[in-house]
Design a protein around this ligand. Structure first.
Ligand code: NAD
Length: 343
């Protein structure tokens, strides 16, 4: 299998590339612009493989995309390249519109041209897998779960740009018969995530005795999934998902943001007992660093995924418990010689 991965130097993309090289026979081409969020060191272990190729380029560059598709001749394209941080999308939506919407449109058009040049056997194998988020569905109240048929109701520029991309991908299937599959996943965590996202931000701040900023009252609920479980699901969707279908992926692991942060504080006290914050007497240790800050505008209250379709049809189920996944993630950050910080 020849697989072109966009965004393969990012958090989830690099976990996918590592899995494809280490656990399958796939030949992989990673097409990534290397923005601030990329982490090329995450690919150090696979960079020397003869089955791994890298092109530094922008998915908005159609000529480059078409050339790479023609030269590499992929069976599958797995599209992860995106601007991915909600707060940045609120401060400056332009990049999100450009990469997430225009970039996805450009990739669709390049794939459509490429698909038309393929012979029948290659056409039967080809598919574009668009990787998206549960945030396209907006916010849940206390009950209910997002299913594949939930209405789209995005709240932030990020989720609106991803929702637009999902609609474009579906339209290219219905209008031009481009073979596609889509997956919408909940919050991921694990090694190599840029420390602007909740878990790595809290761990890196805590290690530097900096404040741990919690939006509003910290009661927003997210469904957490360990990144290696997500990439296993992605491989199943890409290779065995039904064309034109959407699959929701989630960990059935709902936690409030405050619970996650308290959990991290407790883990740090255990894992770095000699840190001044652990040693301080008469206080709450790392939890003393928690600071409540003004809530994010348009902050969704709760996300939760019904993953029964992918379980039923593709036999996927999350393997990693939140306790062990979080411990591995925190240990990984602690062991970084020079943790990348967000400032
Ligand atoms: P990330 O921000 O860590 O990585 C994004 C990667 O895309 C980076 O390597 C970056 O260099 C690359 N990129 C950005 N703009 C590009 C462009 N114009 N051309 C080429 N490459 C470009 O993101 P992530 O957290 O790994 O997310 C990957 C995908 O999964 C995204 O599409 C995101 O919407 C989706 N997703 C993420 C989560 C999550 O919890 N992180 C959950 C569900 C879905």
């Amino acid at each position: 299998m020849r697989i072109l991965v966009t965004g393969g130097a990012g958090f989830i993309g690099s976990a996918l590339v590592r899995m494809l090289i280490e656990q399958t026979e796939s030949v992989v081409l990673n097409f990534d612009k290397l923005t601030y969020a990329s982490h090329p060191e995450s690919l150090a272990g696979v960079a020397d493989s003869e089955r791994y190729h890298f092109v530094q380029a922008d998915i908005c560059d159609r000529a480059r995309l078409e050339l790479v598709l023609q030269q590499f001749q992929p069976d599958h394209v797995m599209h992860l390249a995106a601007e991915s941080h909600v707060d940045r999308s609120i401060d400056g939506p332009a990049e999100f519109i450009q990469t997430n919407i225009v970039g996805t449109y450009t990739l669709l058009e390049a794939c459509r041209s490429y698909y038309q040049t393929l012979g029948q056997a290659q056409q039967r194998r080809f598919r574009l897998h668009h990787i998206s988020t549960d945030e396209v569905f907006g916010s849940l109240t206390e009950t209910g779960l997002f299913s594949e048929t939930s209405a789209y109701d995005p709240s932030s520029p990020y989720s609106a740009s991803k929702a637009s991309a999902d609609h474009l991908v579906r339209a290219w299937h219905r209008t031009y018969a481009l073979p596609i599959v889509i997956s919408n996943c909940s919050n991921n965590y694990g090694p190599f995530q840029y420390p602007e996202k909740l878990i790595p931000l809290m761990v890196t701040n805590a290690l530097q005795s900096k404040p741990l900023p919690i939006y509003g009252n910290g009661q927003q609920v997210r469904d957490w999934l360990y990144v290696d479980d997500h990439v296993k699901a992605l491989y199943l969707v890409a290779t065995q998902g039904q064309l034109g279908q959407t699959y929701n992926i989630g960990g059935s692991c709902e936690q409030t943001n405050l619970t996650v942060v308290r959990h991290i504080c407790a883990l740090l006290e255990e894992l770095v007992p000699t840190h001044p914050q652990s040693l301080a007497m008469g206080n709450a240790g790392f939890a003393d660093l928690i600071q409540y800050v003004v809530d994010r505008p348009g902050h969704d209250v709760r996300y939760a995924i019904d993953a029964s379709k992918i379980q039923r049809e593709l036999g996927w189920r999350a393997q990693e418990s939140f306790e062990s996944g979080l411990r591995k993630t925190v240990e990984w950050i602690i062991n970084q010689p020079y943790p990348k910080t967000s400032d």
